[in-house]
Design a protein around this ligand. Sequence first.
Ligand SMILES: Nc1ncnc2c1ncn2[C@@H]1O[C@H](COP(=O)(O)OP(=O)(O)OP(=O)(O)O)[C@@H](O)[C@H]1O
Ligand SMILES: [Mg+2]
Length: 515
Amino acid sequence: MTLSTDAAAVASEPTPFSDTHRGASGDLRLHDGFAALGPTFFTRLRPTPLPAPYWVGRSNATAHLLGVSPEWLASGHALEALTGNMLLPGSDPLASVYSGHQFGVWAGQLGDGRAILLGETEGGFEVQLKGAGRTPYSRGGDGRAVLRSSIREFLCSEAMHGLGIPTTRALSVTGSDQPVRRETLETAAVVTRVAPSFIRFGHFEHFAAAERIDELRALADHVIDRHYPTCRDGERFRGNAYAALLEAVSERTATLLAQWQAVGFCHGVMNTDNMSILGLTIDYGPFQFLDGFDPGHICNHSDTGGRYAFNQQPNVAYWNLFCLGQALLPLIGDQELAMAALASYKTVFPREFDARMGAKLGLPKTGKVAAAAETDRPLIDGVLRALAAERTDWTIFWRRLSEAVVAVDFEPVRDLFIDPAGIDGWLEAFATRHAGLPTEAMHAAAATMHAANPKFVFRNHLGQEAIEKAQQKDFSGVATLLDLLESPFEEHAGLEAYAGFPPDWASTIEISCSS
Ligand SMILES: Nc1ncnc2c1ncn2[C@@H]1O[C@H](COP(=O)(O)OP(=O)(O)OP(=O)(O)O)[C@@H](O)[C@H]1O
Ligand SMILES: [Mg+2]
């Protein structure tokens, strides 16, 4: 395999740039971070400007994380810079190269085909534009992202954070009337993403497949030094830091998957190039929060075989970790060590999933987290079976159960079932587990449940309504959803409609890889 590292070899359109803006404190300033790895890992290039940009959404919470003032974020300079029309102080943008397995098949070289890394903040956050034009890794794509998918990525990034699930963050989304062709003619948008690192499993696979072991080691050392320094400590894996890295990534990925499964999040494109080395949710494409609980739900219209169906996600994550293990093998140097490192996934995922389910059920805490004991398995399996039997709404069921515990009235939960007999037996078992209702302990249980069962999730139809308004240049729907989804466990009086059942038309929304 040969790597394309020569920007000139894949010329992008000329990029007219205005001078760098030099501003005040509270402005976004960047420096090189990832670039320290050396030119084999990326191509320097500039974003391709878009005409007459406008704001679609801004996250002050992400600005705060970056140490950026809301005033700067609302400024004209920010609008231009975050659309790719102006360079930020200290920024020398680049696109990185990676490879990956897509739908279970080796896809060879991919890379940031429409993502451009602007640089890193003092606080260690990388800032990346998605949809900012072609790169040497665009492979025939236009380097753009459309307004529809950019709003989905922006809102879902912040929604996941609000839910307490590790994710890349989003600072803003800007739009332009520049047409972009997908199935129909749409318009362009740019999402500004933020993460401590955007390195994916696919970055490792890239250098392993090319047998470029020095680069592979440099990449692993970079990740360990910056993000997993404890991997160099101790005698675990006979002091093999690369095996320790594989184990640490496996554990973070297991925890992430447990959180996805507990909240009912379907990613949709779990290719190895969409797996973060930090265990973050990355690449919000055809994702969906479950409406009715269908374990085999396929959210990606292009996934005809159901490889990435909801209930397949934990296995797919392990499959992807196996690819990462394969890529790290030349560094680990011992197949048994690599397998031992991967094995942690199989203990951490069930442990974390049960802990999350324990919290959803309001079970008493063991240590720091609510935990389901081994004897709670039938309770967990029982509720999953009852919900699957009637495709009961996942989010509404759990929230109503939390409320029922406070009100000591389970009728609203029974009302969710066409045949309440299907849940009655389970409700009895639930009450028994809580030593009968009501008790003092139930107050603690209710608090645990309210903090584990969100009232609001970013359902497809909510996104769709905000998108259709935004396409008419009304961005109020984006702002309302952002506000709501930043604190999804709170009541938000007056906004109950956002916590309601999806309308009938929601099931006809088709979300594919086209974005
Ligand atoms: N419109 C496009 N133009 C150029 N490259 C694209 C385009 N859409 C996708 N790609 C590239 O195709 C590959 C797979 O795309 P995928 O849908 O997984 O990622 P993505 O949504 O573009 O971005 P990310 O994973 O960074 O969130 C990546 O290399 C991606 O950069
Ligand atoms: Mg991707």
